[in-house]
Design a protein. Sequence first.
Lengths: 1019, 510
Amino acid sequence: MKTKLLLRACMSFLLSLGMAMSLMAQTPRVVTGTVVDQENGEPIPGISILEKGTNNGTVTDLEGNYRIQVASESAILVFSFLQMETQEILVGNRNPIDVVMAENIGDLDEFVVIGYQSVRKRDLTGATAVVSTENTRSVTANSIGESLQGLAPGVTVRNAGGPGQGASVEIRGVSSFINASPLYVIDGMIADANVTINPNDVESIQILKDASAAAIYGSRAANGVIIVTTKQGQEGPARITLSAKYGIQQLPRGPEMMNNVEFAAMQRRQFENSGLTPPASVTSNFDPTINTNWYDESTRLGNVQDYNVTISGGSKTSTYLVSGSYFKNKGELIGTDFERAAFRINSRSTKGRVTFGENIVLTNSVRNTPPFGNPFYDVYTQLPIIPVQHPRYITNANPDGWGIGTPDAVTYANNPIALSAINTQRSNFAKIVGNAYLEVELADWLTYRFNAGLEASFDHIKTLRRVGEWHFNQPAAPTTIQENRSTYTSLLLEHTLNFNKTFGLHDINGVVGYSQQQSNNQGILAGRTDIQQFGGRYLETIGSATGDPIADGFVNTDFLIVGYLGRLNYTYNDKYLLTFTGRYDADSRFGADNRSRFFPSIAAGWRISDEAFFNSGFVSDLKLRGSYGELGIVTVGSWDYIGFLNSNPRAIFGPDQVPYVGATQARLANPNLGWERRKSQNYGFDANFLEGRIGLSAEYYNSLSEDVLVNLPVAFYLGNLGGDPAVNAASIRNRGLEIEATYRKYSGEFQWDVSANITTIRNRVEDVGNFGEGIDYIQTGITRSQIGRSIGEWYVLKTDGLFQSQEEINNYTGPDGQLIQPHARPGDVRFLDINGDGQINQEDRTFVGSPWPTMQAGGQFNASYGQFTLNIQMVGVFGYSVLNGVRADIDGYQNTNFRRDISPWSPDNRNTTDPRIGFAVGDPGLIDNARLESDRWLEDASYFRIRNLELGYALAPQLNQRLGIQRAKIFISGQNLFTFTKYSGPDPDVVGSGILNRGYDQGNWPANKIYSIGFNCEF
Amino acid sequence: MKNIYKYITIIFTAFTISCNPDLDRINPNQPTMDVFWNNATDAEQGVNAIYSTFARVGFSRWMPIIFITRSDEGYSASPWADLANAMGGFIQPDYNFGPVVDVWRDNYIGIFRANQVLENVPLIEMDAELKARLLGEAYFLRGYFYYNLALLWGNVPLMLEISTPTDLPPTATQQEVWAQVERDLLNAISGLPARYSSSNDLGRVTKGAAYALLAKTYMQQEKNNDAESALNWLVNGEGAGIYELASGYRDNFLIHTENNSESVFEWQFAVNPTEVTDDDVATFNHNYGSSIAQFMAPPGIGWSDAESRTWAIEEFLAERTIDNQRDPRLSTSILYAFSDERGPEFTMVYGQSFVQRYGNTNRNRAWHRKFLNDHWKNEEGYRSPNNYRFIRYADVLLMYAEVLNALGRTQEAYPYVDRVRQRVNLPALSVARPGLSQMAFLDQLKHERLLELFGEGHRYADLIRWGDLNKNLASRDPGFNNFEVGKDEFLPIPQRDLDINPNLRQNPRW
């Protein structure tokens, strides 16, 4: 009751504030009226009404009524509201003027930010995707990148899943072996939009995909640019919005593993098959009371909390927005969590021709996670006969008695519970990201802007290693505390001139400018061994530890980029569009001879629907466009172009055996390092049918990356250390189609829109540089990137079922009659002798599938019926294979628990795909069966997923009024609830390990299932 | 118009905020190479960096384990099946198998460092004697790295200049590699001192070490005359005044008696309790100890990734000292249930009796003891400070005896074997078995070397030299059932290097 009164009081205060802002007109004429929603005929409060060209304005009251005095009958009233079609009405002699407002459907007049400039979306000539933040906000995401999955064609998002983990985002494939991440620009500041940035602060996201769109960012734009604009205050009375969300989080389960009895039986069989005595732990010493389900013990129900409050408002001359937010994610793996508190201030003030503004966010994030280990292996491989904790494991080194295995029950897996209790790492990231700018309107067509951006991050990582053991045969090591403090600063300074002038049918606009950015990352590390413990409590400061000190300090990066940029858009009669963009960049990360370069691009558009000959009532707008240009990307460290002396080696000499400093060049250097360059072409069209109800865009792109750095394995005999030296030698092409379609139905009570997008990426290595005669590929473990094929295709042995009898093995012979698999026994995997030399070795590896999808698709459905709203998001990725590394470990049978549904081959069990089971030491057949480099572990990972389901209910306006609020909505949502796939691991959406092993599932944190409930309201 | 000036002032002020940027950023962490190699300190640090290679994982852990397990004195029963198979099982399907590749790689890292010294130090203006010594050290170490490569891989690329990323050297034959080892060691001999005047240099390689390694190199090629003259310096020449057998046999394996009079060439290790990595260039705070003890220690303490074959125990027990005791070298070399003659109740395994620790199990297993630290603590770790005495004077004496015997001077060879036997109270061979034929004396030497050098990594080279590395060893070491003559004498060249360099050849039959 109290709240309601308070809210009402606030409301009337705010309303009267709005009223007071109206200025008296010279020749007063009073206009009244009511504004209602076209959707349901209900009155809409809070609609802004402005007399055009003046500061005179008001807002509608709770019943949708307004009253305004205007200067004369020729005055024009502008009715506007967020997400509603703005209407302009000539006053004339009408009174009252009742207005029906409709939801804004056509987005052609929408302005989009394309870097240093905003242009009308309809005038775009480059490939620019505009992401609906309505969709990004309805998913629960750690980072902005994660929230983009499936929403824009050409954008590949793969989720990392863990608390505080970012997502892998790629735009139009991969054109570099080293770095595939796009450039993020947050409110004009080039800064990383990682998990420290609150996705809820975002007003709009634009993705610049082709050379024309991205060229304004020149040497850093080759992987595409994601422009993030945060929310701004709107002219009008203060608005307060609140949102809260709580969700529970669940891991999708991987394979079910055996319990103690099943495991013991299987391990007995394993040893007996090999003619060995089974370990006593599964025979005479088997303890039926120990039956550990490591998956259950190591995981828990996670949760997500997300709270936001925003206050915004302003006048004609100044606007403000202040927001505070808190996000917390308790991970499903014990010992993992992440929380972020953020505070944002965005404001903008104008005085005369000068405008000043700033957008600043302060965030503090804390992530807790064990500093190493991957429980997504351990929970499957750890043995069920080992207890989590047991008195019989207690020793001086293991006072808590963590179960770690014995000589009789050997495991290489960690005890994840012990590991997370003994080793903790708390990372605190305090960060400021923002910009401040000054704009001077020199003429009505010319504006100067000075923009200063800052990203500063203060990181503090504290790592503790307490007493205890978490794996078998653990080497002795002292307890330690380590604290790592580092700072990252990036300062951007820019001067730009924006111009916009119309000469009759000619319209010219654009920007020229200067930009400079300096980045520096440095840190110190301190620590000490032998932390003290009293009564079970550790003293967690370096000073309280009693052992040897640790100290280190370093500057990781320090570089400077200076650029001159320009863009010219020319439009003739709204029909012919032309854009020239160019940027000249110089970067300190290259040697003096390779330091600077010009990146130009050109684009053209033709609005064919405006031509006289084009006369179709069906097609309301059709624009053809094409672009060509060159972009760059820096993939080197600050000083990679120079050879450095490494003074870390130490030699031990003397009777006291003390270290003496050694110095050597450890890493080979290439002084000719330069930018990777990407030349890209883009052709597309944008069409609208049936007065904007159907939108369709399609693009074809073809980009060729040249001078790609090959930071790839150099031969071991070079003696190189500390990273392989890079050479600008390779070339990669990405081609594909992107199609996006939308249908909107915004009339009647049931209103809905549906959007779908499809992306294809054909990635092809064109050149890998000179690696010696005949070597036209780059080999990395289980993948090979070969000319004419995609990056990192699977290059492994091919299998052909199991040998069913000794006879089959004897008949499997090479050209000289030799046995191809002499070590094999019945029940072993048959490998194909690809080169026909009569033996199976590395020469028999061949290409077996690709981690690159043939097609990716996304779909969104938004609907409202009465007070209900529905948001459905779908993601599909098709036609690619993943190497299931966890399964390779489990089904290799050695020192691991077994899958519950395993069915090993035996003479009595021939109809199976699981090979015979045995103990592999001295049995090469079993070793071959478990080889990682084999197609046994490759799986079709195509999937279709209901990414998000959100059902909302808007409280009725009458109720809202009683509560004194304008809008309120409650919702429930389910994320990643349904996934359709044949992949046997927990999640086919695998990030992999690096660009060259993109499909290698090494215990990837699977996409969480999140069930959440929340509300948001505005008053 | 007044406003225009105002705005111009604002803009001008804003513009001055941008500084005049300097695009030459200095790396504050490390100097560039062009300021190095200027003086004696640089030269000495360059040489120290070569020694630093010894503590790297491939070198300090896997290389001794490979030498031990590939002979019949050891094998791996590691539950890590790939390791067990590769180490002494002669099964290595993956030519890039980490522990094996690490050995290859670390030897070449050392070679790269040595090449930097050998190319740059001659140009430095400095004290001529010191320069000669430092170059001698670099030659010795490069020769030693190639010695390892020649033994393990045989046919390898010869890198003799500073590497560049695009080097594509051809395979050199084992014979060519041996020739390079000889050249390097001869250069080392001419530059190295017989002793160092400053004790701070204790642990640096000496002329004696170079002669001993050169003798090994010659012996592997059956160049017995050359070997005799190299060893002569050590046994009868200047070396005779420098080296003598340590009074206690076990002193050669304890941390308190390192660099003793018997030490000819010794790998130096120390503990760095705060180390964070085994990579000696990633940070100065790296491991300068060896992790080998953790990998060889018995289960419950270490990984037991390389353990001892038990057949040799009988050979030890066949000897009795002059006061009718067991050969003391047995319990120094092998940790097993009966390391203490009285049995498992008395045999101590890191502070617990064998029975306390293992009950009735593990009675038929045995572990190499010489790398372990059980003489001073009841645990292991990755930071063993226990130096590896790679060439001991006892080895030199037995080598000399072998060479003399090979040259038909069997009778002259007796005294050197006697010295080694009498140190551990065994009766002199000239008393116990006088007048052996050349053939019988060689057989006796095989026994003597087995007992004196058991578990020190020399037996693999011995078996090759004696022509004994073949399937016949399978009765003692079942791993040799998989041994293929003409193939398994060498390890496979890492696939990665073959993939990159088409001029390289894989070893035969791999």
